[in-house]
Design a protein around this ligand. Structure first.
Ligand SMILES: NC(=O)c1ccc[n+]([C@@H]2O[C@H](COP(=O)([O-])OP(=O)(O)OC[C@H]3O[C@@H](n4cnc5c(N)ncnc54)[C@H](OP(=O)(O)O)[C@@H]3O)[C@@H](O)[C@H]2O)c1
Length: 377
């Protein structure tokens, strides 16, 4: 039997897959979008190569990982009947990590997050019906807390249905949590809500550059339109993946919902910029909180232009509400249960930004080794 993991080709999902394989000896059924098994293997290799060398990856492919080529937005993931049955009958728990993070697209969030999660829940209900489901873990987000200002939010006070959301992503993820609770009433469930997941504290390499680009954009400005003592809740991906894998594998986690965040230990803009400036032997930027409105106007203007600046501005536009809300997410549950804390962003931000800049915000993927046995193109 295996854990059905969605989103294994994504940033967090790949970290979770590697953690489950290396740290827990787990077997995985993974859903991968691809035209054929060869392409799926190659996509999985690209996702996991930051974590595993090829021989180890290939060994896992032979022994512990079964790939299902499918799409969340197709009925039954678009799998044939036999393949779908095989997935149902070999799945004893689920970690649903795939999502659309396209905050601007109602359509994409509707299709991937709502319709997709309904497909995963349908699969989970069938597995539950035939042989029982040990646990269903839903990877959600702190964004389900909706519009906030100057708060420390606890897990139980996060979802308030009368509150507005910043974007379609937050709204659909909130409903995914709700669907999970309603449609799997008797299954043990865990909801994980990461905050801003940015970088791996163990090394500079990353495959996910959106948020890094937004930070590089900000780091290049001599003046920032923020209040210097506002906190920003950033968490390292290795902490997030370890928490998801460990709590999913635990017999009885203490809670059904966890913020995977830095909580009240989150750093302020001043702490972050001071550390970054020191690492680069540069001057710290000045803070001009009253300039938030004109700054947002300039960001809007720049985001409609062309070029690298426009890309950074466009990303800033999307992330801006999450930078100025001065809201953090209490992490007492996860830190006390796991007896570890996230690494402060200032401790690993400079190598991350340096790696990203030097590599032009691209990860240099290794190809499938020509000499290797196996089938990938
Ligand atoms: N990154 C953050 O800062 C953050 C913060 C809070 C919560 N989260 C949550 O963490 C989870 C993972 O986020 P991430 O940052 O790892 O995102 P990501 O890198 O964009 O990965 C998304 C994953 O979902 C898969 N996916 C998307 N549409 C699909 C579809 N139609 N069918 C099958 N798979 C599909 C992607 O597959 P392809 O490779 O084929 O595209 C990819 O594996 C999400 O649930 C997100 O809401 C993330």
């Amino acid at each position: 039997m295996a854990i059905f993991l969605t989103g294994s080709t994504g940033y967090i999902g790949a970290h979770v897959a590697a953690n489950l394989l290396e740290g827990h000896g787990a077997s995985l059924n993974v859903l991968v979008r691809a035209r054929d098994p060869q392409e799926a293997q190659l996509r999985l290799w690209r996702a996991l190569q930051m974590h595993l060398d090829f021989p180890r990856f290939f060994e896992y492919l032979q022994t512990k990982v079964r790939i299902f080529c499918g799409d969340l937005t197709s009925t039954g993931f678009g799998l044939g009947r036999d393949e779908y049955d095989r997935l149902v009958h070999t799945t004893d728990s689920v970690i649903h990590c795939a999502a659309s993070l396209n905050r601007k697209s109602e359509k994409s969030c509707l299709n991937v997050n709502l319709r997709g999660t309904l497909e995963v829940l349908t699969l989970a209900r069938q597995a539950e019906h035939y042989h029982g489901l040990r646990r269903f873990s839903e990877v959600s987000t702190v964004a389900v807390a909706g519009k906030r200002s100057n708060e420390v939010v606890t897990e139980d006070r996060s979802i308030e249905w009368d509150r507005s959301d910043y974007d379609p992503y937050a709204r659909t993820k909130k409903f995914c949590e709700h669907m999970t609770r309603v449609l799997l009433p008797d299954t043990p469930k865990t909801v994980f809500r990461p905050s801003i997941v940015l970088g791996d504290s163990r090394h500079a390499e990353t495959t996910q550059f959106d948020m890094v680009k937004a930070f590089v954009f900000l780091a290049g400005l001599p003046a920032l339109p923020f209040r210097p003592n506002d906190k920003i809740d950033i968490v390292n991906v290795d902490f997030v993946a370890d928490a998801i894998a460990t709590l999913h594998q635990k017999d009885q986690p203490q809670y059904d919902t966890y913020h995977l965040s830095s909580g009240t230990g989150s750093q302020t803009f001043r702490e972050l910029t001071t550390a970054l400036a020191a690492a680069q032997q540069k001057r710290s930027p000045v803070f001009l909180p009253f300039a938030e409105k004109p700054f947002s106007g300039s960001v809007n203007f720049l985001s409609n232009r062309k070029g690298a600046m426009a890309k950074g501005a466009s990303l800033m536009k999307v992330f801006m509400p999450y930078l100025v809300w001065n809201t953090v997410f209490d992490n007492t549950r996860v830190t006390s249960e796991l007896k570890r804390k996230p690494v402060p962003f200032s401790q690993y931000s400079f190598p991350l930004l340096k790696f990203s800049r030097e590599n032009n915000f691209e990860y240099n993927y290794k190809p499938w080794p020509a000499a290797a046995g196996g089938t990938a193109a």
